[in-house]
Design a protein. Structure first.
Length: 148
């Protein structure tokens, strides 16, 4: 495993839409392992491939005692809402409140390409939404919540 450099929000690459993962091989497994190690070293709870310079639809999330490797993730269902503070490993010294679903059901593939489905609530659901936004070139502060 190796630490990867984290791309900062001044890099236009973070605004691009990622391509699907099609190869489920040793290279993908190494990337996932490197991303998890990089996320831990940076004291984060999630990291998407674009944040390490790879425009592919995958992310790792570790929150509330749940570790997920999300490959080609999509939302199946969302419900409820939660508003809370978010920050990002790619954004220095900035946080803001963001409105997210409280409960999500997502479909994704694991590192072997096997289809998976998971329902999550609370903080881990928020973290997954945040990382899935990265796959579409969206940063958390694009969704800053301002109460009217």
């Amino acid at each position: 495993m190796a630490l990867r450099d984290i791309v900062m929000d001044t890099n236009p690459q973070l605004r691009k839409v990622s391509r699907p993962v099609t190869a489920f091989d040793a290279k993908l497994a190494k990337l996932l392992d490197d991303m998890r190690q990089t996320m831990h070293a940076a004291d984060g709870c999630g990291l998407a491939a674009p944040q390490v310079g790879i425009l592919r639809r995958l992310a790792v999330v570790e929150a509330d005692d749940v570790y997920l490797e999300l490959i080609n993730p999509t939302f199946v269902e969302t419900s409820g809402e939660q508003i809370g503070p978010e920050a990002c490993l790619s954004v220095k010294d900035r946080s803001c409140d963001v409105k997210r679903p409280y409960r999500i059901t997502i479909a994704y593939q694991n590192r072997d390409g096997k289809p998976m489905r998971k329902t999550l609530e609370g903080f881990v659901a928020r973290a997954c939404c945040h990382e899935m936004d990265h796959l579409d070139g969206v940063l958390f502060y694009d969704k800053e919540y301002r109460q009217r």
